[in-house]
Design a protein around this ligand. Structure first.
Ligand code: FMN
Length: 369
């Protein structure tokens, strides 16, 4: 188990409609004032990262969307320590433009920006913006080239690259990003075979949808073994929709209400679209390949991680995830502002306490189921 403290990120609500596809009340907003205040609250609460989303058109709702790089910069400008991860879709983005854009933001924000390279699942969106749609594994082949180019430009002068998707000739980016150890962090979203193989070669971080501890462990073991064989190391972040309440009954009642008020039309439409993701991979695995209707109500399978209950139960489950090799919890909340603050007050101190206990006495903890 890592000696480092487990890290916390939250989903930036830069698209409208909240993180669950349900008519339940969600006290959240996609507007910039709300997002600035949320970033400041999260920073104070002990969150290290914020992850923006990239969306060009409505999908599971998400009718309005702020662009990810621009909003990431705004949140960095409103905070002091928080690291903000901008979501990027190869295709619409060109890696040279992105390398330059992120290098500048890195200088403007004292080296706190990162990127999440997502390979896409939403064919209708690509069509809407006139972007050619590649088959599943081809999308990852392009993403891998994209990351190689990004790293090359960020770290070397006179960089050249001859790929199937990108060609660069003797290019020197000036200035390079401020972060030179070795460059701004590169996250990736996606967990099919192709996604894992890419992570085991080039990404700094592998982000996966929500899952059980066993499901996550299988992915961690697989990806770390492959990365070791490639002489690469990769950290792992897991999505979770967190419902922390003073009693377990209250938390379970909130989940039941979310599901009961789910918008079946929107959930089923989303379930149809995501067949372009994991299920469309040659092995038929990856994100959403086995998701049920209930899972899809949180559009990154966040209920499956089961961080739903009392602060103590949630803290114990987080430490159980750490014990199987998870480095970061990517969290979503119903009433964002107030629940991020509650998490910082009630859950995070318990996680740190359990981590200290484990470090002092590394015997298996009795963990909540
Ligand atoms: C943490 C995380 C964040 C993601 N963010 C976005 C996003 O902002 N926009 C987007 O179109 N897809 C996003 N995705 C989806 C990925 O691009 C990818 O299509 C999906 O995870 C399916 O991957 P798979 O086919 O490898 O299983 C995200 C995925 C994860 C796990």
């Amino acid at each position: 188990m890592s000696q480092e403290q487990i890290k916390f990120a939250y989903w930036v609500p830069n698209v409208s409609g909240g993180l669950v596809v349900s008519k339940i009340e969600q006290r959240t907003s996609w507007n910039i004032d709300y997002n600035r205040k949320l970033a400041q609250t999260a920073e104070k609460a002990g969150f290290e990262y914020a992850l923006s989303q990239i969306r060009f058109t409505a999908g599971y709702g998400a009718e309005f969307q702020h662009e990810s790089v621009a909003i990431s910069h705004a949140l960095l400008a409103a905070t002091d320590k928080l690291r903000v991860i901008a979501a990027i879709l190869p295709g619409p983005w060109n890696p040279v433009v992105l390398a330059k854009q992120i290098a500048t933001i890195d200088h403007l924000t004292n080296g706190r920006v990162a990127v999440n390279i997502v390979s896409g699942w939403f064919r209708g969106e690509f069509q809407a913006i006139g972007e050619p749609w590649l088959e599943h594994d081809e999308r990852y082949r392009r993403s891998e080239e994209f990351i190689e180019v990004l790293k090359g430009i960020w770290t070397t002068d006179n960089f050249s690259y001859q790929g199937d998707f990108y060609r660069i000739h003797n290019y020197s980016l000036k200035p390079k990003p401020l972060q030179q150890a070795p460059h701004p962090e590169i996250f990736q979203g996606g967990s099919s075979r192709a996604a894992r193989d890419m992570a085991s070669r080039v990404s700094d971080w592998y982000f996966t949808n929500g899952n059980t501890v066993e499901g996550i462990q299988a992915q961690v073991d697989d990806i770390r073994a492959k990365a070791a064989a490639n002489g690469h190391s990769v950290k792992v972040g897991v999505n979770a929709f967190i419902i922390a309440r003073d009693t377990e009954e209250e938390a379970r009642a909130v989940l039941a209400e979310i599901i009961e008020k789910a918008d079946p039309e929107a959930v089923n439409a989303f379930g149809h679209e995501v067949k372009q993701a994991g299920k469309a991979s040659p092995e038929g695995e990856g994100n959403w390949a086995k998701s049920t209707f209930e899972d899809l109500v949180q559009y990154n399978d966040g209920f499956k991680t089961n961080l739903i209950g009392t602060p103590q139960q949630i803290a114990e489950r987080i430490v159980a995830l750490k014990a199987v090799g998870v480095d970061l919890i990517l969290s979503g909340f119903l009433h964002f502002q107030e629940e991020v603050a509650y998490f910082g007050d009630k859950v995070l101190p318990l996680v740190r306490e359990l981590e200290r206990e484990l470090e002092a006495e590394p015997v298996p903890l009795k963990l909540a189921a």
